[in-house]
Design a protein around this ligand. Structure first.
Ligand SMILES: Nc1ncnc2c1ncn2[C@@H]1O[C@H](COP(=O)(O)OP(=O)(O)OP(=O)(O)O)[C@@H](O)[C@H]1O
Ligand SMILES: [Mg+2]
Length: 366
């Protein structure tokens, strides 16, 4: 294979004396140029020994002329694995035996700040109150002593605001907030998930006081009776149990787990949650308030009978009201070149949804 790196190496060879050497090169591991369809993409590379990586990198890339945006290909340990040159100093030049390499790593978890406020969330007062307590704890942990909030479980139907409450908490506190989708922790190899569970708890406790929000926690806290179906269940559960127990001794990490399905969570894990907070589907009043809230944000006037929509949407979540009704109605209005969302459009969306759900119901009992 003709490597891009070797073609870069050849081009400026003639003017070698005028080319400056690079003092720093920052590399981002980028993976292979292609993969077999259906195969998982390779896990990003990292190094445990920065100095050893320097020596290794210089050994194979010294003499190559590069600039930001180029790729360097590994030729020895993982042949053809690509590293993107994400920065250099100076702007371009030749890698020399004194070039310093920085290997950038995509963080396993990132601190998230989103523009969601508690005032945007309709209902779910129990969860909002709990979050206010957590906020107070993060501001003044010493006031709580050994009585700090530790592990809390949010559960309930999809689209009822669990993630939204977590985002509002993140937004309204200055403490580090780590929002982790538990399914992202499951890797390609056995052992990946338990290692990552330890890593995220370590990051959270290194930065305490902090909040660790494990969305879809059932993916890593699955009941151990599922071990026959997924071979690594016991291992991940043990890792999670160890970390959750560790929190009672550690000072400063509040762990919130969220799930649609608490029943499939391992019993030992479930018992570690000091409090379970249910997110209920919105009541009539809540549905009206949610509709009012989002109608204001629809980029076109909505001229429809709110009470009628509320009556016909029992069992709808906040997400359903927003996406299945208002967004669908807006799209239809745009398609029909209307200047506003009319009652007629809303009615047609509602009857479409009714039709769909009446077709789907019998299937649930087969
Ligand atoms: N109580 C609510 N008040 C206002 N908006 C809501 C409410 N519940 C849901 N929504 C809207 O629905 C969207 C989806 O909600 P969210 O992602 O928080 O649900 P979830 O409970 O985390 O669902 P899942 O279990 O599927 O992860 C929100 O971004 C928001 O726009
Ligand atoms: Mg969610």
């Amino acid at each position: 294979m003709q490597h891009l790196s070797s073609s870069i190496r050849e081009k400026p060879e003639t003017k070698r004396s005028r080319v400056q050497s690079l003092s720093v090169v920052e590399l981002q591991p980028s993976g292979y140029p292609f993969r077999i369809a259906g195969e998982d993409s390779p896990i990003a590379l990292l190094t445990d020994d920065v100095e050893l990586f320097q020596a290794y990198a210089r050994e194979q890339w010294a003499g190559i002329y590069i600039k930001k945006g180029d790729y360097l290909f590994d030729q020895l340990v993982f042949p053809d694995f690509a590293f993107k040159v994400s920065d250099t100093h100076p702007n371009q030049g030749r890698i020399s035996f004194s070039t310093r390499f920085i290997l950038k790593r995509k963080p396993l978890i990132q601190e998230k700040r989103l523009k969601v406020h508690f005032s945007d969330i309709v209902g779910q007062s129990e969860a909002k109150n709990k979050c206010l307590i957590i906020k107070k704890y993060l501001e003044k942990p010493e006031a709580f002593g050994d009585w700090a909030p530790r592990n809390i479980l949010f559960y309930g139907s999809p689209g009822t605001g669990k993630t939204m409450v977590a985002q509002a908490l993140a937004n309204e506190t200055n403490a580090p907030f780590y929002l982790v989708k538990s399914t992202d922790l499951i890797g390609v190899n056995v052992g990946d998930a338990s290692r990552r569970v330890h890593q995220i708890f370590k990051i959270a406790s290194d930065n305490a006081p902090s909040v660790l929000y494990l969305d879809e926690i059932d993916a890593i806290g699955l009941d151990r009776s599922f071990q026959n179906i997924r071979g690594d269940v016991s291992e991940i559960v043990s890792a999670l149990l160890g970390e959750m127990d560790g929190l009672s001794a550690n000072f400063g990490v509040v762990c919130i787990g969220a799930t649609n399905n608490p029943v499939i969570i391992d019993k030992a894990i479930r018992s570690r949650f000091e409090e379970e907070i249910e997110f209920k589907l919105p009541s009539m009043e809540d549905r009206e308030q949610i509709l009012r809230l989002y109608i204001k944000k629809v980029p076109m006037p909505v001229k429809a009978d709110l009470k009628k929509i509320v009556k016909e949407t029992e069992g709808f979540s906040g997400r359903d009201l927003k996406d299945k009704i208002l967004k669908a109605a807006l799209h239809k209005a745009i398609l029909q070149d209307e200047k506003c969302v009319t009652q007629e459009i809303i009615d047609s969306i509602l009857s479409q949804l009714n039709e769909k759900s009446s077709k789907e119901k019998p299937r649930m009992f087969t």
